[in-house]
Ligand binder design. Structure first.
Ligand code: NI
Ligand code: MN
Length: 228
């Protein structure tokens, strides 16, 4: 079993049989988050999709507190290493097998400027394979047709975590189309309501996906979804 716990925005805590990961730990400054950055004690890795502050978030502090390995693109890995973290650089299209599982970086159509304006490479999505489960975290992205290629190359996906908040990423219309391209067993919305710009009704996404006979699940902040 792999458990996915939602900490708000695009932050997911992924727990498998013997490893625990965080993706995009934006906690400090996220008023909707259910945790504190210093609450993480045992953590194997932090995966970061792109350089924006609402995704790099508390990565450096948490990595230093826990000894977690940061896995991200080359520029973000270097950025974190310069700040005292251990990191493994990947880049888009590439993957690596780690003790906790396999990480492949996929394309995303978005930006990746760092919290202080640094050039932090290109934005990515992540296909994480852990304990036999395949988890696609889209990062921040527009809809793109190559989501079909992600499904073909790395599927079947057990879950797709998709931004729906519009303004900076896909809105509901595009995210519903993404579920068609990705054909994941279940689709879970993220990256909405954190800021006024991205307030949408996630139930609208759920209803529209289900109307097309695909599965979707609303996971509230602090709640979990288990891949059995
Ligand atoms: Ni972003
Ligand atoms: Mn974002």
């Amino acid at each position: 079993m792999v458990n996915l716990r939602f900490h708000g925005h695009s932050c997911w805590e992924i727990e498998g049989k013997s490893h625990r990961l965080l993706i995009d730990p934006f906690i400090t400054g996220n008023q909707l988050s259910d945790v504190k950055a210093d609450s993480f004690k045992k953590l194997d890795a932090i995966l970061i999709t792109h350089g924006h502050a609402d995704h790099v978030g508390d990565s450096i502090e948490i990595a230093k507190n826990t000894g977690a390995l940061i896995v991200s693109n080359y520029e973000i890995a270097n950025y974190c290493m310069k700040r005292g973290c251990t990191a493994h650089p990947l880049h888009i299209g590439g993957g690596n097998t780690f003790p906790f599982g396999h990480v492949k970086l996929t394309i995303a159509h978005h930006g990746s400027t760092g919290p202080g304006g640094e050039a932090l490479g290109n934005p990515a999505g992540i296909v994480l394979t852990m304990d036999g489960k395949k988890i696609y975290h889209a990062g921040d992205t527009a809809l793109f047709l190559d989501m079909k290629l992600i499904a073909e190359m790395y599927g079947p996906l057990d879950v797709a975590l998709l931004p729906i908040g519009d303004n900076f990423t896909m809105g509901i219309k595009e995210a519903v189309k993404a579920t068609e391209f990705l054909d994941a067993k279940i689709n879970i919305p993220m990256h909405y309501d954190t800021f006024p710009y991205i307030e949408v009704d996630p139930k609208d996404f759920i209803e529209k996906v289900e109307a097309q006979s695909r599965k979707a699940k609303l996971v509230a902040v602090g709640e979990s979804y288990s891949l059995e």
